[in-house]
Design a protein around this ligand. Structure first.
Ligand code: BG6
Ligand code: MG
Length: 211
C-alpha cells in the first residue's frame, strides 16, 4: 500500500531539466565538444560531476580534477543565472493542484533530488516549506541510480521504503527507486522504463493511482 510520495524535482515538479540542458550545451559549445539532446538524456538524475564526465567523453583533452571542478562550477553558474528567472509562475497549475489534492488526502510528501540547487528552486517556484521532507544533493554521497537519496527521503518522512511511491522522469531514478525497495512511477522519458510500476502520461494521473 502506498502511504507516502517522493518526488524528483528537475523534470517532474518543474522544467529545470531544460535549464540543465541549456547550461551544459553552453559549456560544451565553448569547449568545442559535441553535445545534443540525446546525450543530455543520459544526464537526467545524474550528479553534476558525473554529468560532466559524460559531457567530456567526447573531448580529446584530458582534464585534471581541478580543471573539472572549474568546468562544473562554470556550468553551475550558467545554470543558476537561468534559475534566477524562475518564479511561482513556473509551477504549472496541474502540478500545483495535484500536490494540493494529495496533501488534502493526507499523503506525506518529500522531494528526492540529486540537485544541490533544490532548496533555491523550491523557493523560486513558491514551494519552500511545502514538502514534509527534502532529501537532495546536499545530504547524499552517492547519486542516482544509487537509492541513497530516496532512502533518506523515506527516513525523513518516517516511512518504510516499501510504502513509498517515487515519481521520476529519469531512468536512473526509476532504477534507484526499485533498488531502494519502493514503487516507481515514470513520467516523461522514464514512462517507458521497463522497471516502472506505473506510467504517467501527465502529472495529474497520480490521483488515479493514489485516490
Ligand atoms: C538532477 C538533474 O536533478 O540534479 C541532473 O536531473 C543534475 O541533470 C543533478 O545534474 C545535479 O544538479 P545540480 O543542480 O546540483 O548541478
Ligand atoms: Mg529529474
Amino acid at each position: 500500500m502506498i502511504k507516502a510520495v517522493i518526488f524528483d524535482l528537475d523534470g517532474v515538479i518543474c522544467s529545470t531539466d531544460e535549464f540543465h540542458y541549456e547550461a551544459w550545451k553552453t559549456l560544451a559549445d565553448r569547449l568545442g565538444i559535441y553535445f545534443d539532446r540525446k546525450i543530455n538524456e543520459r544526464l537526467r538524475g545524474v550528479s553534476r560531476m558525473d554529468s560532466l564526465d559524460i559531457v567530456l567523453e567526447r573531448s580529446d583533452k584530458a582534464y585534471t580534477p581541478e580543471e573539472k571542478l572549474e568546468l562544473a562550477t562554470e556550468k553551475n553558474e550558467c545554470y543558476k543565472k537561468l534559475l534566477m528567472k524562475m518564479s511561482p509562475a513556473d509551477l504549472s497549475d496541474e502540478v500545483r493542484e495535484t500536490l494540493l489534492a494529495l496533501r488534502e488526502k493526507g499523503y506525506p510528501m518529500a522531494i528526492g533530488s540529486s540537485s544541490k540547487n533544490t532548496k533555491q528552486i523550491l523557493k523560486n517556484i513558491g514551494l519552500e516549506g511545502f514538502f514534509n521532507a527534502v532529501s537532495d544533493g546536499t545530504n547524499i554521497s552517492r547519486s542516482k541510480p544509487d537509492p541513497e537519496v530516496f532512502l533518506c527521503a523515506a527516513e525523513y518522512l518516517g516511512q518504510k521504503p516499501c510504502d513509498c511511491l517515487v515519481v521520476e522522469d529519469a531512468d536512473a531514478g526509476i532504477i534507484a527507486a526499485k533498488r531502494g525497495g519502493m514503487s516507481a512511477a515514470g513520467i516523461g522519458p522514464a514512462a517507458e522504463h521497463p522497471e516502472a510500476d506505473y506510467r504517467l502520461d501527465s502529472f495529474s494521473k497520480l490521483k488515479e493511482i493514489l485516490f
